[in-house]
Structure formats: C-alpha cells, structure tokens
Design a protein around this ligand. Structure first.
Ligand code: SF4
Length: 765
C-alpha cells in the first residue's frame, strides 16, 4: 500500500538507496554529521539496517525544535525506515538523530505498567489503583492546603493538545496557576525578549530567511550540531553566494565556529557588552536606519520612554575600546562586525541557549532585537531576528498555549484581569475562577517543594532530576513532595524520587500537533499501538480530570477535538490559527500562524503587510502587538553575572548539547548507534589549563562549584578557550548540573546554565 500525497520519488524499497541519499538523510552532505565523530562504520551500518517498506507516512521528527518533516516507512505494522521529507521546510535534510527514529520505536526499557512506590520500591500497579492514588493525593492536598499546594510541570515535548488540556485543568478546574515546564529552562528569555519588544511572543521570521540573508549573526548557538538542517541551509546559501558572511559569537570553538568566517570568542557572561558596543558603533558611525526608526521604533529605559539622544548617551559607556578587555574581543573586531551587521543587504540573527540561559537573558534578547530595529534589518526576506528553539513543541505547545505560571493562552497574562475574564468566558467557567495569583515558575516550584508548600506535583514528559541546575538541591526537594511522573522509559533520575510512575505513549504511538521554532504547526499521526499498558498523556489528563470532578470542563477528549477547541480559542487573539485544521495538516507540510481561515496560506513574515493578515493595508510594517504599533528598543545596561571567577573557583563551566544526543539522553541514549557515536560525556579542558593543572587526556577530574561537584573523565581540546571547561548534559553518569549555578534571569526566571565559576582538579580513580 502506498499513502496518497506522498512524494512518489520516495520509493517503497530502499535497497536501491544511493550512497548520496543515505548521506543526505544522515546529514553528512548537509554538514550535519562530523564524520570524525560519527564514523563511516556507523553510516554504513545504518544504511544496512534499511528494510523494504510497504507504505510511507508523513510525520514529524520527535526530537528537536527544528521540527523536521519526515516520511515514516512502515511494514507489517512496524516502523522500518525514515527519510527526510523533501516537501517539508527542511527540504529532505534530517540529522543523525532523526535518521534513528525507527530505532526509537524499539528502544529498550519502555515503561509498560503503572508503578506505585511501596516500602521504598516502585512496584507494578493497575491503572485504576495508580490513578485512584494520584487523585486522592491531589484531592487531599487541595482540600487541606488549597489549590496552590499542587502543581503541573510539563514539557516542550508534549503535544499541544496535552499541554493545552493540562493548562485548562489546572488553571480553570483546580484553580491554581502552578503550571510550568521545561521551556522555562530554555526559551523563557527569548519569549520575554520578544514580548517586551513587540508586545507578542514568537519569532517574526522563518527558516526560509536563511535562503536570502547575506550576513548571519549566530550568537550563543551551535546550529551545526543542534539544528543541523538550518545550518545546512546557511551553508547552502554561502555555497551559492560566496560573499555571504557567517559570524559566530561563542566562548567555545564549536563545529559552527569552525564553519564561520568570523568567530568572536567572548568571555562567558560578558556578551551584552558586545551588543551594546555594536549599537554604539552603529550610532556613532551613522549606520542607523533613520526612516525605519522614525516610523516603527520607540526607545525605553525599561521604566519610561526616551528618545534616541538618550539611547546614544547610554551607549557612550560601551564604546568598543572601553569594553574590549572585559569582553575578550578587540575593538577592531567589534567595529567590523557592527559594520557587517548594519550594512549587509539582509542580516539574519540566530540565537539560542547561550543567550537565553543567562541572568541577563532577557536583556540580551532585547538588544539582539534592538540591533535589527535600529538598522532596519527587519521584515525583508533574510533580514530578521530569529531565536532558535530547542524542543519540538516548546513554542506551539507551551508558549502559545500559555502553559506557564505567569501566562494564559495566546499571549494573555494571569496578572491582567481582562485577560483572565476573556479566558473564563472562552473556557465557559464562572467569573473569578482563574486565580489572580501568579503560579510558581520552574525553580520557584521546586523550591516550594523543598519548603513543603507544594505537596503534590504531576511531572509529564520531562526529567527535571537531570535538567535543573544545582541538581542535588532539587532532587532532594522532590523527595519532600508526592510526585507523579509520566514517562515513556524506566529509571530516569526524576523517577527515582517519584511516588507514582505512569507509562506514556511515545511519538507515533499517539496523535497530536507540534509547533516548531518558526510558528509552524505540524501533525504527527498515530501509526503504532503503544506497548502494553502505556497511554497517551492526553488520556491520562482526561482520566485525572474525571477523577477530580472536572469532567464537565475537560469535554474535548480526542486530540482533534482538543485541537478544534484550541483553534477556536485562538480566533479571539492575534495568534489566530483557526484556519489550521487537522484536515489541512494531514495534507500540507505544516502551516505557520497567523492563519485565520481555511483559505489562508499561513504567515511567513509576521508584522509585514504582504504576509501578515493583521497588518493594516498601507502600513508596510506594523508592530500591532504594542498599543502605538511600534517596537521597543531598550537601553539595557550590562550587569556582570553573579558567577565571577575567584581564587577558589578560577574557571568558567559552560554546558550544552551535542549532535548525536538529545537533551538528557533518556531516548537517544537508548539507541545503540547514537550512544556509540556520542560515547560517554567528558569534561572538555583547554590544553593550556590542563598543563597548569597537571591534567592529561583521560585523567579523572573533579569540577567543583559553590553548588556542588561532579567527577568525570578529562578530554583535552582546543574547542574550549583557556579558562573555560565544557560538558554536555546528555549522560546521567556525568550529571554536570550537580555543579551548575542556581542563578536566574529576574524577568524570565530562566536559570543561568551557561556561566558557573568552578575549580577543576585531578582526582584519584
Ligand atoms: Fe531535524 Fe532536530 Fe530531528 Fe535532527 S533531531 S532530524 S534536526 S528535528
């Protein structure tokens, strides 16, 4: 059988797959796989695994925020193959993780039964026994301590329908705003930056801007490894237009910096100096776009509006010569990059966790957007400020649905009485139902568990036992709370502290929509039956709603019914995607909102008249999210990170992802080929530091901070600049977050994973 609508070039038998096709699929020709890191043996092995296919099905990769479209090959009821969807936005390119999706459906250690902790051990239980216990714990806590004694901690990896339902159940049913999730750890600063600047969240541009830009300003991101198809698009642009300039700002040398024209290796934690210094050069040298500023920009010091003269005055303290020493980048390089940014025909900035996971994350986001606004690098193809996202559904599922402690759907805020009233009407609950009290953001939530004020928490599709900073503190906090963990595989760090563990369906074992980083909603259809007793997260939430007496509120019970309800909620907002139906998503390769009606093609560039249905005719560009329809450029002073090196802690630790593993490795760590390719996580040290510390390659070392310590194997590499050590967080055997600082951005509440002062020493084995 062959599915209708699938590209006929995709053959039903991959035995004839060419070597080039295999490499594109695996990301090699896309520059996505470092051959040295992955190895030809692995690539040949992967190709050899391919089997004949009976039918191909359009789907979406389960892993990262690139949200690649894939075609899933089925035979005899199993997933036997996958390939990049050439009609999707990723143009057929997928990375090595995506190429392993068939193995994902067969990973060892799936959770197959609910479990309850008895005498310290998790033992199998029936669904009824487990859910009755969960419901009684919730009911008792709410009865005796009030609704704010319970919480939901979700994930940018749940389907949108699941996050929407959880948000509605907790905020309009249980009546607590204690709803937060792991996007707080990765995207919160990007969201607060966009909202403060444009009045609305989410990137204005699209991946396709990479096809038009002639200057790429990659800042605190490593797309070569973390968003390979997007970096491949950038490289393709440079292949076709060799004058294209790729600038990368990163304290480390990474695979992205190695493929860039200019690498600015800033000292960790100082890069707001760079952005302010670039703005200073732009203003000093007359590189601003006066017309754009006059029409579309307002300046603010964060408290009150001001004029461009005040902005220029503010920037005088950031002249390149004044900041170069602390920043670690020469004044000459700052000037060069400022000129390139401002004078290129189209500049596209791309950033991610190096910017967001910072105590000044929101300020950095403000200034990145600000540079585009003062230079008019906005709204034309290729000219856009673009925050890349890490998870497949942090944008669509969590930010858009408002499944965060301070938020309500479609950009509404808990703190705004009018927004609460609107949502009460839309959710058909009595006036005053939604609590005016802000909920607890991620760190505050786990601190409340520590203090005993949150008694019961439902944790879905995420592994905070590994992902939170200062991990020992928050693992201990979970011990003080009745935690229910819904997961797909056994034995995560989080489950070790749980009282109930519930087995969840994974990827194509359930149906739902994900919204990736360019406002594109895509449907994953169900192709498999979940193993044993595993259920979709939506089924679990519906069951909980019934048991807590909120069945009348949670009336939408299938993914499509929830989606339709959510579509109609969106119709009352500037996030309107009422035209994105399941029927369209089954046929089309995703659609970008705003998309207000079934005929609308979706919006590639937001705030631009030719694309965006909300821009008034004749306006050209209109920032309709703000009352005066202008975007805001902020005066954002540099404040050094609370983590400063000292005699006791003379180095900086920074953390990140690698190509072959996704996040904490709970899924990709169980795929043998990816595990072999990545190997165990190690502590990367510059050879100069290693020489001083008398550390050799392979030595066991301890990384210690004020917050904790971790031991692992040293690897000496020039990729880390002197004074900086790096470790990835995919390997629980080297749980680097034990040592990571517990600081956060005051506006976004996102932790500063990227800057921790540490000491490093060799230890005995
Ligand atoms: Fe695409 Fe990310 Fe999946 Fe790789 S992991 S195929 S980049 S969505």
């Amino acid at each position: 059988m062959r599915e209708e609508g699938i590209d006929p070039q995709n053959r039903s038998d991959t035995s004839d797959i060419t070597r080039r096709e295999a490499l594109v699929t695996l990301g090699v020709l896309g520059g996505a796989v470092a051959a040295g890191a992955t190895g030809w043996g692995l690539l040949e092995g992967m190709v050899a695994l391919r089997q004949p296919v009976e039918s191909w099905h359009k789907s979406v990769c389960r892993f990262c925020g690139t949200g690649c479209g894939v075609l899933v090959g089925m035979k005899d009821g199993s997933v036997v193959d996958v390939r990049g969807d050439e009609l999707a936005h990723n143009k057929g390119v997928i990375c090595v993780k995506g190429s392993m999706l068939p193995q994902l459906t067969r990973i060892p250690g799936r959770l197959t039964s609910p479990k309850i902790r008895k005498n310290g051990t998790l033992v199998d239980a029936s669904w009824d026994e487990a859910m009755a216990l969960v419901a009684s714990q919730f009911s008792d806590a709410i009865r005796y301590y009030g609704p704010d004694s319970v919480a939901f901690y979700g994930s940018g990896q749940l389907f949108t329908e699941e996050s929407y339902t959880a948000n509605k159940l907790f905020k309009a049913g249980i009546r607590t705003n204690n709803v937060d999730g792991n996007p707080r750890l990765c995207m919160a600063s990007a969201a607060s930056g966009y909202v403060q600047t444009y009045g609305k969240d989410e990137p204005p541009g699209s991946y396709e801007d990479a096809d038009y830009a002639d200057c790429f300003f990659i800042f605190g991101a490593n797309p070569y490894e973390c968003h390979p198809p997007i970096f491949e698009r950038i490289r393709q642009r440079k292949r076709l237009h060799p004058d294209t300039v790729i600038i990368c700002v990163d304290p480390r040398r990474t695979m992205t910096t190695l493929h860039s024209d200019i690498h600015l290796a800033v000292v960790p934690g100082t890069d707001l100096l760079l952005l302010n210094a670039m703005a200073s050069v732009i203003c000093e040298e007359g590189l601003e776009n006066q017309e754009f500023i006059q029409k579309h920009v307002r300046f603010s010091d964060g408290n009150k509006d001001c004029d461009i003269t005040r902005f220029r005055e503010f920037l005088k303290a950031y002249a390149p010569e004044k900041v170069e020493r602390e920043l670690g980048v020469s004044a000459q390089d700052i000037r060069r990059v400022a000129f390139l940014f401002a004078r290129s025909k189209a500049t596209m900035s791309l950033w991610t966790m190096g910017v967001n996971q910072r105590t000044q994350g929101t300020f950095l986001n403000n200034m990145l957007n600000g540079l585009h606004l003062i230079t008019g690098q906005f709204g034309r193809p290729g000219a856009t400020p673009f925050s890349l996202t890490g998870q497949p559904n942090a944008c669509g599922g969590v930010r858009d649905t408002g499944a965060l402690a301070h938020a309500l759907p479609n950009g509404r805020l808990v703190a705004n009485p009018g927004h609460r009233a609107e949502m009460e009407k839309l959710w058909k609950v009595p006036e005053g139902t939604i609590s005016p009290r802000l909920g607890l953001d991620a760190l505050a939530l786990f601190r409340a568990m520590e203090q005993g004020s949150v008694k019961v928490a439902l944790i879905m599709c995420t592994n905070p036992g590994t992902t939170l900073p200062s991990a020992s503190r928050y693992q201990a906090a979970m011990e003080k709370c009745f935690t229910i963990v819904v997961d797909t595989v056994e034995d995560s760090e989080t489950q070790r502290h749980a009282q109930v563990v519930l087995p969840a369906a994974l990827w194509v074992e359930k149906e739902g929509v994900t919204g990736q980083g360019e406002r594109r909603y895509q449907l994953t259809e169900r192709l498999l039956t979940p193993p044993a007793q595993a259920r979709s997260d939506l089924q679990i939430l519906v069951d909980l709603a019934d048991r807590l007496g909120h069945g009348d509120l949670i009336t939408a019970r299938s993914p499509e019914a929830v989606w339709d309800e959510w579509r109609n909620v969106s119709a009352n907002s500037l996030y309107n995607f009422q035209g994105i139906t399941y029927a369209r998503l089954k046929k089309e390769r995703g659609l970008q909102w705003p998309c207000p009606n079934p005929e609308h093609p979706g919006t590639t560039r937001r705030y631009v008249e030719s694309d965006d249905p909300f821009v008034q005719k004749g306006a050209g560009i209109e920032f309709y999210g703000n009352h005066d329809k202008k975007a805001v450029v902020y005066l954002r002073p540099y404040i050094p990170s609370p983590e400063r090196t000292s005699t006791d802690y003379p180095m900086y630790l920074t953390t990140g992802r690698i190509l072959e593993q996704f996040h904490t490795g709970t899924l990709t760590g169980r795929i043998q080929e990816l595990q072999d390719a990545a190997g165990p996580a190690k502590i990367q040290i510059n050879p100069q530091d290693a020489f001083v510390l008398r550390i050799q390659d392979g030595d066991p070392v301890e990384v210690k901070s004020k917050y904790g310590s971790v031991r692992g194997e040293a690897v000496l590499t020039e990729m880390s600049r002197p004074g900086v050590v790096f470790a990835s967080f995919y390997d629980a055997r080297l749980l680097i977050n034990f040592a990571v600082a517990d600081n956060y951005d005051p506006a976004s509440k996102e932790p500063e994973f990227k800057v921790t002062a540490v000491s490093v020493r060799k230890v005995a084995t």
